[in-house]
Design a protein around this ligand. Structure first.
Ligand SMILES: OC[C@H]1O[C@H](O[C@H]2O[C@H](CO)[C@@H](O)[C@H](O)[C@H]2O)[C@H](O)[C@@H](O)[C@@H]1O
Length: 632
């Protein structure tokens, strides 16, 4: 069965129920403060409030007993279709029952505040942190016949530890409040509510043309819609919000327009509006190995992931997010030696100490569930290159180097100068022994190369020459130690094993694309580091990454391979791989971190910015190539 065929049915039979939906069956909602995952049965199985990295109130994604919120036709778990309202992060689910049809629309709502929606867009005024209502709005409409709809809301606070204490707030039983672990959420609906222990339930029959709603809020009670008309209006505001945002994107009129749009919307949905930080993914602990221990918390801001994200948004002319992230970079506290941490909390906090929640079963039994990320205080020497490359990109786009950023340029260049000769954990954050990773050296070269250019822009020829000199030294070191006898870039200086991160040598123009070492590396990765044509980041049996188990193919690496193939002129191979990657997107156009090329299933956290940003870069490179070809 092909990966695509594998994707199609995914209906659990009554005889052998699988309690956890496949990762690729989840829909993603966002209000740029937090996000939700909605399962195919209409159940919100993941929501952390108020922020991406807060404890979950709906945690069924990681344990079926950790809370969920279902809204849909009573007794039916399989919709006819699901899609996003075009150009938005609003989910629309269509159901057919024995009695008729209903359509449910779900959104974490947003309103562009501060002026008339047609004149004030997220591009024409600074985003504020109050565009989000902090409300999950769900509206159902019966479009044909008569359908009984049901809402069951069972929050369990603090990652499934604290069941809700519910109380009704009005005599009509349309408003209720749940508290637990010091948090409170409020539910407003036009369905009659009943409390059943830890949950509330409402059921009502709708006829064609009738609508109902529910709104769950964790913010200001005045922001909660009180009627179905107000709920509809909130969905309309949210549609306008996303359309205004997307209208600032330069997306070519191409057959890949849809996946480019979806990737842009997903990446934007992973940004945290109050600080401009981006989370690497919405979730924690979706396993990279089914049932295994490779489970990580991605609800933080990696310098590497964020700067790659901004580069992708630049391809689409979406520069506002870059400006915001530059403020975040300028504001975060560095270590004593001036080095930026490799990652921060979305609010800029530095301590992301890792712990496990052993009482949670984990997704399909994959334990442990981790909160926090022990990689936060690792040495990863690529961080300086990532930051300096994005500062250069930002300066070129805004045609100036902001004064606030110059001290950061200096401190990061000095850090890279001091450490580039030392081993580190590499960009994959291996938990094994530190090594001289080629990709870390490569990013150190980028750090000094970009710093030298920034010094030239700043008008400091002395520093420019000094940093250029160090960049040349690193370049020579990589060529002397980072190339195997057969002329292929190696994973680190003490091995001939392959690593897909060496594709960055092509992407960052470390060597010209017609250099034999680039060509051989791209070919070796295609021939020896793939499963079913999809690229692994490395072979776990050849690499000491400190973990057990085998992982899936890494989607960013497959997209990098598309970009690299484009750069070496292998256009047909690039297009073929791109089309294959587009075919394995989730039914809603989303990507996790990894793809199991044997089973066609997604693995790892979801949706993952890395995969979407690399899709944008790969597609943009091919499209640009096609456009230039059409001109000659
Ligand atoms: O492979 C072990 C490491 O896996 C995670 O890191 C990965 O995700 C990061 C966020 O997207 C990304 O920056 C990194 O390149 C990936 O390898 C995990 O966060 C680490 O704690 C873990 O050691």
């Amino acid at each position: 069965m092909t990966a695509v065929e594998e994707r199609m049915p995914k209906v659990q039979s009554a005889a052998a129920p699988t309690p956890f939906p496949p990762i690729e069956e989840y829909a993603f909602l966002s209000n740029c403060h937090t996000g939700a995952l909605v399962g195919p049965d209409g159940s919100v199985d993941w929501l952390c409030v108020p922020s991406f990295d807060s404890p979950s109130i709906f945690g069924s994604l990681l344990d079926r007993e950790a809370g969920n919120f279902r809204f849909g036709p009573y007794g039916f778990n399989h919709p006819v279709s699901r899609r996003y309202v075009p150009g938005t992060n609003i989910l629309e689910t269509t159901w057919r029952t024995g009695g008729g049809w209903v359509v449910v629309r779900d959104a974490l709502t947003l309103v562009a505040r501060g002026g008339a929606p047609d004149t004030v867009t997220p591009h024409t005024r600074p985003p504020t942190d109050d565009d989000a209502d902090h409300v999950l709005v769900r509206v159902v409409e019966c479009t044909e016949g008569r359908v009984e709809v049901e809402m069951v809301c069972e929050p369990i606070f603090d990652y499934g530890r604290a069941p809700a204490q519910w109380r009704l707030l009005d005599a009509d039983q349309h408003t209720a409040e749940a508290t637990g672990a010091g948090a409170t959420v409020r539910l407003v609906t036009d369905l009659p509510l009943g409390i059943e222990g830890d949950r509330v339930r409402g059921r009502h029959a709708l006829r064609a043309g009738e609508r109902a709603f529910c709104a769950l809020s964790w913010g200001d009670p005045r922001d909660v819609p009180q009627t179905v008309q107000e709920a509809e209006a909130r969905l309309a505001d949210t549609t306008r919000y996303w359309h205004h945002w997307l209208s600032g994107a330069r997306i070519p009129d191409h057959r890949w327009r849809e996946p480019l749009q979806r990737s842009a919307l997903t990446i934007k949905g992973l940004t945290y509006m109050p600080t401009g930080a981006t989370v690497a993914a919405l979730t924690t602990s979706l396993p990279e190995t089914p049932g295994g221990e490779r489970n990580w918390d991605y609800r933080y801001t990696w310098m590497r992931d964020s700067t790659f994200t901004l580069q992708a948004l630049h391809y689409m002319n979406l520069d506002w997010e870059a400006d915001e992230f530059m403020q975040f970079v300028a504001d975060v506290e560095a270590n004593e030696d001036g080095a930026l941490q490799i990652m921060y909390g979305i609010d800029g906090r530095r301590d992301l100490t890792e712990s496990t929640r052993d009482e949670l079963s984990g997704y399909a039994g994959a334990q442990p569930v981790r909160i926090g990320n022990g990689a936060y205080n690792q040495r990863q020497n690529d961080v300086y290159g990532a930051v300096l490359d994005s500062i250069l990109l930002h300066s070129r786009n805004s045609e100036r180097l902001p004064r606030r950023l110059w001290p950061i340029v200096q401190s990061q260049a000095e850090c890279a100068t001091k450490i580039w000769q030392q081993p580190d954990q590499g960009i994959w954050e291996a938990r094994g022994e530190p090594q001289h990773y080629v990709s870390s050296k490569l990013m150190s070269w980028i750090a000094l190369d970009r710093a030298a250019t920034l010094a030239e822009i700043r008008g400091d020829p002395r520093l420019a020459a000094k940093w250029r000199g160090t960049a040349e030294e690193i370049h020579a070191d990589i060529l002397a130690n980072g190339v195997s006898p057969r002329g292929v870039l190696r994973q680190h200086y003490a091995t001939d094993a392959l690593d897909a991160s060496t594709l960055l040598a092509a992407l960052f123009h470390f060597l010209p694309p017609d250099d034999s070492r680039i060509r051989k590396t791209v070919d070796a990765i295609a021939d020896e580091l793939t499963e079913n044509g999809f690229v692994l980041r490395y072979r776990t049996d050849e690499t000491d990454d400190g973990m057990s188990g085998k992982e899936g193919t890494f989607l960013i690496c497959s997209f990098w391979q598309v970009s690299a193939l484009t750069m070496v002129g292998e256009m047909q191979r690039a297009r073929d791989l791109m089309e294959r990657l587009l075919r394995v997107a989730s039914p809603l156009g989303l990507y996790a971190e990894e793809f199991d090329a044997d089973t066609g299933r997604f693995l790892g956290n979801f949706p993952q910015a890395f995969s979407h940003l690399a899709l944008i870069e790969a597609a943009s490179r091919i499209i640009l190539h096609e456009m230039l070809g059409a001109l000659v």
